[in-house]
Design a protein around this ligand. Structure first.
Ligand SMILES: NC(=O)c1ccc[n+]([C@@H]2O[C@H](COP(=O)([O-])OP(=O)(O)OC[C@H]3O[C@@H](n4cnc5c(N)ncnc54)[C@H](OP(=O)(O)O)[C@@H]3O)[C@@H](O)[C@H]2O)c1
Length: 431
């Protein structure tokens, strides 16, 4: 039977936001695959069979155990939409691959933490393992890096990869509200999980940038090497002060190649107000990709949500139906290595530093001298005429400085008797 006539029997494990979205997509778009053929969901698995769902699963085979669905001879493609780096998601994906079934997943934690071994399993069986929906939901970031730019000499990737954090930062600025307040509201509205640690701790964005780094630089995903700083330290006053200086704070995930090593980081960063990263607001995701020949590419769009994410999962299913098989991480699994990490001294950054100091003469001189002694030069200085907790807030920005020098200078400033609180340092994005 030709591909154009084949009915591909799909098993879907996980019927939540994305799984439900996929079932609706396939019901609405029966002829979505350009190579022809039909994709038909035949079996499903979720945690609770009795849960009321807004998709009809009464005609589909039910599996209490997603591993049994993955092993079933009744399916041709296994779609994993449960989530989590380990547990049932990993067991089911491994089982499907071992049974020679193509796998499509939206699970960034699984791919970032176990991508290398799963790629090896897929390769042994000669089946695809696809994860477009794992990064930036509806924005085809994986396809751009893995396929469209496969021949390009990529230098860096940086962007906003977590919509929840972006929503919180946008709301803090728009409504002048504190972090905890906006987070609680986001949880009430369903924009943030009941346990928001993965999002606001920066871990979700780190999973995504780890995957893009592996695809961009031809290595294995190395989540353990990612440097991760979340949003939890960001205060409303930083958002306001950054704005006064012409910047907006974003949670920026970046991967760059420097001297043969690869740096993968997530941290809050200041982006100039007129820069596209600063203008990607609300739950939007945005990404810059920089290459030697292409210069810079910018993409922006919905990083989550049932519709956009289901469309990305469906695109992967269409690729399987078309017969696409390529190495999961650009090279045969045996050849992909972890990239060497980078020493902090190789990171050259500008920074925003907020201090709360005693309202007395000589303070600014003491701060400036300490910075000068550590070879950190000041770019701008802002002193606000506000008295807070018995002190005066001052903010300075620095010129580009190797990070260890910057950190040492900040530690020394924090120890000055005139400085009343630990200094708050936020990097300025390299944009
Ligand atoms: N939500 C998004 O916009 C989005 C975007 C991009 C990527 N993703 C990724 O897509 C995946 C799914 O996310 P989601 O938001 O759809 O999650 P979700 O709404 O929490 O749904 C999870 C689904 O997994 C099922 N499940 C949990 N434990 C299970 C088990 N042991 N066996 C079988 N099924 C089990 C749940 O069953 P019950 O329904 O019975 O509870 C539920 O249907 C995650 O990897 C996530 O990171 C999500």
């Amino acid at each position: 039977m030709s591909r154009a006539d084949k009915t591909w029997r799909i098993g879907v494990a996980g019927l939540g936001t994305v799984g439900g979205g996929l079932l609706r997509f396939l019901a609405d778009e029966p002829a979505f695959a350009p190579a022809g053929g039909r994709a038909e969901v035949v079996g499903v698995s979720a945690k609770s069979r009795s849960r009321k769902r807004d998709v009809d699963i009464s005609q589909l085979a039910w599996f209490d155990d997603p591993v049994a669905l993955a092993a079933s001879a009744e399916i041709d493609i296994f779609v994993e939409l449960i989530g989590g780096s380990d547990g049932p998601a990993k067991a089911a994906v491994e089982t499907a691959l071992k049974h020679g079934k193509p796998v499509v997943t939206a699970n960034k934690a699984l791919i970032a933490e176990h991508g290398r071994e799963l790629a090896a399993l897929a390769e042994v069986q000669g089946v695809p393992l696809l994860f477009e929906a794992a990064v930036m939901g509806g924005v085809p970031a994986v396809k751009i890096v893995r396929e469209a730019l496969v021949g390009e000499d990529l230098i860096s990737i940086a962007g906003i990869l977590n919509g929840t954090c972006n929503y919180i930062l946008t709301e803090m600025e728009r409504a002048g509200r504190d972090f905890a307040d906006v987070l609680a509201e986001a949880q009430r509205l369903g924009y943030a999980e009941a346990d928001p640690t993965m999002d606001i701790g920066g871990f979700d964005a780190a999973h995504k940038i780890t995957i893009l780094a592996a695809l961009a630089f031809g290595g294995a995903p190395d989540y353990a090497a990612a440097e991760i700083e979340g949003l939890d330290q960001i205060e409303l006053q930083d958002i306001r002060l950054a704005h006064d200086l012409g910047y907006r704070i974003k949670l920026v995930a970046s991967a760059e190649r420097i001297d043969g090593g690869v740096s993968v980081r997530v941290h809050p960063a200041l982006a100039p107000l007129d820069h596209p990263l600063a203008q990607a607001n609300g739950a939007l995701n945005a990404l810059f990709i920089e290459g030697r020949r292409i210069g810079r590419i910018f993409v922006q769009g919905p990083g989550a949500g049932a519709g956009p994410t289901a469309a990305a999962v469906a695109a992967d299913i269409a690729d399987v139906m078309a017969g696409a098989v390529r190495p999961v991480f650009q090279k045969p699994a045996a050849d992909i290595q972890l990239a060497p990490g980078l020493a902090g001294s190789q990171h050259l950054r500008r920074a925003y530093v907020r201090l709360l100091v005693r309202d007395e003469p000589g303070v600014i001189a003491a701060v400036s001298e300490t910075l000068a002694e550590e070879n950190v030069s000041i770019d701008s200085f802002l002193q606000k005429p506000v008295h807070d907790a018995g002190g005066v807030p001052i903010v300075l920005t620095t010129h580009a400085t190797p990070e260890p020098l910057l950190q040492r200078a900040i530690d020394r400033i924090g120890a000055l008797p005139q400085v009343l609180q630990p200094p708050r340092m936020i990097r300025i994005a390299r944009v």
